[in-house]
Design a protein around this ligand. Structure first.
Ligand SMILES: [Mn+2]
Length: 243
């Protein structure tokens, strides 16, 4: 079983160097335990020189519009990484190690093939549901061990894209713009991941079912988890998504 911990980078090197992500990248001391999947030859060279393990996803620094489809890049990272590994943990740059990773993969194997922390948004995101529209998979820590997942999540993303395009045209005909929650369906990777799990279950089964099967026991959210503080503290997590 090939297992990999990965991060991703896309967009313009210069903007990374000046921004939040650059600080997070530069603050990484131990670079040995994960691989960065990179868009852009310049980004690739910069990270390699800085001492990271790197894999080039595409020579172009972005393939999708960074203003409207930013996190489509992450789905491409999943697709590429699941060709290199059988099992991956994807981490945001602000998802940091807080404890020993001993036994991490075994703990992940006790739950479902796809796992992500359940986040409570203020905005409705899972618009296809009849309830719990704000309870959404958080993309800061994503675990998977089924090679079919990335392709399927991308297909769901494409379907959401079609839906948003249609909605945009309808609204434009009435002189209106898309609502924030509609734009978010294709800006973020999280709605497509959430849709994957809902479809996998034949529909949303509620937060309790999610906790048992899809909430990773090795990672916590710093804030806005759907679950109680007591439950989160009982996890003994080795990662924290600082958000
Ligand atoms: Mn983050």
């Amino acid at each position: 079983m090939r297992r990999g911990i990965i991060r991703g980078l896309w967009g313009d090197v210069a903007s990374h160097r000046n921004g939040k992500i650059a600080k997070e990248i530069q603050s990484v001391e131990d670079k040995s335990w994960f691989t960065v999947y990179v868009f852009g030859a310049d980004n690739y060279n910069w990270l390699k020189e800085t001492g990271f393990n790197v894999a080039l996803v595409d020579r172009k620094s972005s393939k999708w519009d960074l203003d409207t489809e930013m996190y489509r890049h992450k789905l491409a990272v999943f697709e590429r990484a699941m060709r290199d590994f059988d099992e991956i943990v994807f981490l945001d740059w602000d998802c940091v190690q807080t404890g020993s990773m001993d036994g991490m993969w075994e703990k992940l194997n006790e739950k479902e093939v796809l796992q992500a922390n359940l986040f409570m948004y203020r905005t409705k995101k899972c618009l296809w549901r009849t309830e719990d529209h704000r309870k959404v998979c958080n993309g800061g820590f994503v675990y998977m061990r089924d090679k079919k997942i990335p392709h399927r999540v991308i297909k769901l993303y494409d379907e959401l894209y079609e839906w948003v395009a249609k909605r945009k045209a309808e609204r434009a005909a009435r002189g209106l713009e898309l609502r924030f929650r509609e734009k978010a369906l294709i800006y973020d990777d999280e709605p497509a991941i959430s849709k994957y799990i809902d479809d996998y279950l034949g529909g949303w089964k509620g937060a309790e079912h999610y906790w048992e099967n899809f909430e990773p026991s090795v990672c916590n959210l710093r804030r806005k988890s759907v679950f109680s503080k007591d439950r989160l503290e009982a996890k003994n997590a080795c990662f924290l998504h600082r958000l």
